[in-house]
Write a protein that binds this ligand. Structure first.
Ligand SMILES: C[S@@+](CC[C@H](N)C(=O)[O-])C[C@H]1O[C@@H](n2cnc3c(N)ncnc32)[C@H](O)[C@@H]1O
Length: 509
């Protein structure tokens, strides 16, 4: 309840504010509903201040919506009070009214531009609203006013992290760690940044520090094992990696073979090609049948291979299925399905009967569904197909090799959609011919490629193929004419941006 001062004969009269239209009625309502407010005003407190006190009382009682209403009326009566605008911002934020909160914080900042706390509030709220530039400049302002404003530095790090500017995020967070600042997730965030930057030693240190506070986090325990393996491999080759793994095994780490399979492309991606090769060879020596290491070695030694073997694709994606969506879309910014489906729609390509070729977890399914009367997904990996099934948008999901499936379905489709799947084929001629056979005249083949200009195709150290868009369009010419082609960013790889091409080809009549 409000602490109401008794009315005093000496008390100054209530402030003579000409309330904005409507405010007088609302003030009267507040006074009638809350005698304490009336008492304050009668005791000489200005109406705006009395309503602010009422708002803060609501706030202390956890009634954010009522607080926002009272504070909104308080600032309407006294618009020059920065502190009241700040309170209003907090109340609106707590009431789920982020746009109104931002407006209130910005008014407060205008009135008190030297107040770092207000700029932090602007930054946090703008961040919530996805207004990244606004958030960043507000946080920078807070830090310039108070260089030791750790909360602002922490949030700025978070903003950089979410924008995948890992080097900047790590710089902000390292400074906080050095100053002893503690926030939930600070070590985790820093460790993730260091991992993405390829700083495996520091990443291991940060992730281990995080796990001291969250020992049950299985995903990060696995990541720490991988990071230690990578660090061990870089400094001590396969033996060093094994020794490092020994130290974390039994603590929830994945089996060593799985770690090694994941580590090889990472080592190669971060430039440790010789180490990657040594690791893959060591593991192949232990299991000569391992299709993943066999293909990885081909990729690392630039063997003239014309496609990724089916056993490799199955083993690799069966294992990857669980984490594929998070890893590809959230971490690596993979955007192939979204960009390619947009281009298909823009070209007005027919898509009644659509085949999602190498559908994976079905990321493209929901994008293709609205324009398709029948939507079929095909993939070699049973576990990827299982994930696609959970999306609930396909009429049929088939486990098959994509070329074989196309060859067995003459004129069955109007659109063949291949996002990030032809990268597992080198020579595309059989695929192009089979796709032409599976399409009705006038139908479309839409595809993404990772681009190279060095040759028609090449197997990269990632184990995927890159293709020359120009050579691919030329190879398709016997059956297809070009509808559209576009250069596009596709994904990140070991912190590098991978560009490629989006291509839509039309089946000649
Ligand atoms: C990188 S994922 C892309 C998945 C999905 N198209 C997307 O954009 O999210 C590549 C998929 O192609 C599948 N794939 C690779 N080669 C294949 C082949 N020869 N036949 C069928 N599927 C294949 C893999 O199993 C994997 O699910």
């Amino acid at each position: 309840m409000l602490a109401v001062q008794p009315r005093s004969q000496d008390a100054p009269p209530p402030a003579l504010v000409a309330p904005p239209s409507g405010a007088a009625e609302r003030l009267a309502q507040w006074r009638a509903a809350f005698p304490a407010v009336d008492g304050l005003i009668c005791a000489g407190v200005s109406p705006g201040a009395a309503l602010r006190r009422l708002g803060l009382t609501f706030w202390s009682a956890g009634e954010a919506l009522a607080a926002a209403e009272a504070l909104g009326d308080a600032v309407a009566l006294e618009p020059g009070d920065a502190a009241a605008w700040l309170d209003l911002g907090f109340a609106r934020r707590a009431a789920g009214q982020a746009p109104g909160a931002l407006e209130a914080f910005e008014r407060a900042a205008k009135l008190a531009p030297e107040n770092a706390r207000i700029w932090l509030a602007v930054g946090l709220t703008a961040k919530d609203l996805g207004a990244v530039r606004r958030a960043e400049s507000a946080l920078e302002r807070a830090i310039s006013l108070d260089p030791a404003h750790d909360d602002a530095i922490y949030v700025l790090g978070l903003l950089c992290f979410e924008a995948r500017r890992y080097a900047e995020a790590a710089q902000h967070w390292r400074a906080l760690v050095a100053r002893g600042y503690r926030a939930p997730g600070l070590w985790l965030g820093l460790g993730q940044c260091q991992f993405f930057l390829g700083e495996f030693g520091p990443a291991a240190h940060s992730l281990a520090a995080y796990l001291e506070t969250a020992p049950d986090d299985a995903a990060i325990t696995r990541r720490l094992a991988l990071v230690r393996f990578l660090e061990g491999a870089i400094h001590g080759g396969p033996e060093g990696a094994l020794a490092a793994y020994e130290r974390v095994s039994g603590e929830g780490a994945a089996p060593i073979v799985q770690i090694a399979r994941g580590a090889v492309p990472l080592l190669a991606g971060y430039g440790y090609v010789a180490t990657a090769l040594a690791v893959a060879r060591t593991f192949l020596a232990a299991d000569a049948e391992d299709p993943v290491h066999r293909h990885q070695i081909d990729a690392l030694t630039a063997e003239p291979v014309s496609r990724a073997p089916a056993e490799y694709v199955e083993a690799y994606f069966d294992r990857f299925a669980d984490s594929f969506d998070t890893q590809m879309f959230d971490v690596l910014q993979y955007c192939g399905p979204r960009k390619l489906s947009r281009l298909v729609a823009a070209t007005g390509s027919p898509s009644a009967r659509t085949l999602d070729l190498g559908c994976g977890t079905g990321a493209a399914g929901a994008l293709l569904r609205p324009r398709a009367t029948r939507l079929v997904g095909v993939d070699l990996s049973a576990n990827m197909l299982e994930k696609a099934r959970t999306k609930g948008v396909y009429d049929a999901l088939e486990r098959a090799d994509m070329i074989e499936y196309l060859a067995a379905h003459a004129s069955a489709f109007d659109l063949v959609f291949a996002a990030d799947s032809l990268i597992y084929l080198g020579d595309l001629s059989a695929l192009l011919e089979a796709a032409a056979g599976a399409l009705a005249p006038g139908g479309s083949l839409a595809l993404t490629l990772e681009a190279t200009t060095r040759s028609a195709y090449e197997l990269t150290t990632s184990g995927r193929f890159a293709h020359s868009p120009r050579a691919t369009i030329a190879a398709a010419a016997p059956w297809f004419s070009l509808r559209a082609s576009k250069r596009a960013f596709l994904r990140l790889e070991a912190h590098r941006r991978i560009h490629g091409a989006l291509i839509v080809l039309e089946r000649r009549g």
